[in-house]
Design a protein around this ligand. Sequence first.
Ligand SMILES: C[S@@+](CC[C@H](N)C(=O)[O-])C[C@H]1O[C@@H](n2cnc3c(N)ncnc32)[C@H](O)[C@@H]1O
Length: 245
Amino acid sequence: MTKSPIGGNRSGRKLGQKVKKGKLKASSRRWLERHINDPYVQRAQLEGYRARAAFKLLEIDEKHKILAGAKRIIDLGAAPGSWSQIAAKVTTSTDADPRVAAIDFLEMDPIPGVRFLQMDFLDPQAPEKLKEAIGGAPDIVMSDMAAPTTGHRQTDHIRTMHLCEVAAHFAVEVLAEGGHFLAKTFQGGTERELLNMLKQNFRQVVHVKPASSRAESVEMFLLAKGFKGRHPAATDKAAEDAAAE
Ligand SMILES: C[S@@+](CC[C@H](N)C(=O)[O-])C[C@H]1O[C@@H](n2cnc3c(N)ncnc32)[C@H](O)[C@@H]1O
């Protein structure tokens, strides 16, 4: 999703009205020009995705093959819904047999096969509600969550890193063995402690910057592949291995 400088408008309707009335500030006009000329925005419209963010997930998948065979997927920070659209397709989720659970504190238009919770993922009740909604261990927990911007770069950075950390701990709590965790992070932002925890619990941990993630953005994705499972012995051995590295 691309954030509008006029306040999180996703549909472009309000923006369109402001353009018509000639009320745009210079920064908004620059944003709009970039948005309109963005090839990923155009492709998203052509291919029926709700956001250009779809291509970040598709590019990561092209290289790292995480989606094929996934039966259940949890999507954190889902609105407006392009990742959930992909998840519903991959899992062949339907309203009668839902296999995708999604959460966002913003509204999201319904997607067939996606159980959507409009709530804050940091709400203490969110993990249980998501588990109930998905109805079984997910093969993928993916998070595109970014904290709402305050204008103070470091604060925004810390808040998004916190979301990434909470998402990682949730993934370790719910994933099926062999499952994957994907989350938005920032360049240079992933804490060593979090990386170590992921290395203990997953076979491979990498940082990815898809081409569709704007070059000027510090956004990156953290991908942890192949969840080792919640076997205490395996976890102890993994911890020893990670500590020895
Ligand atoms: C980049 S957008 C996600 C775009 C989405 N992946 C897509 O493909 O349409 C990030 C989303 O994270 C949501 N978000 C941020 N913090 C959140 C939180 N604490 N709980 C739930 N959603 C959150 C925002 O409301 C926003 O909609």
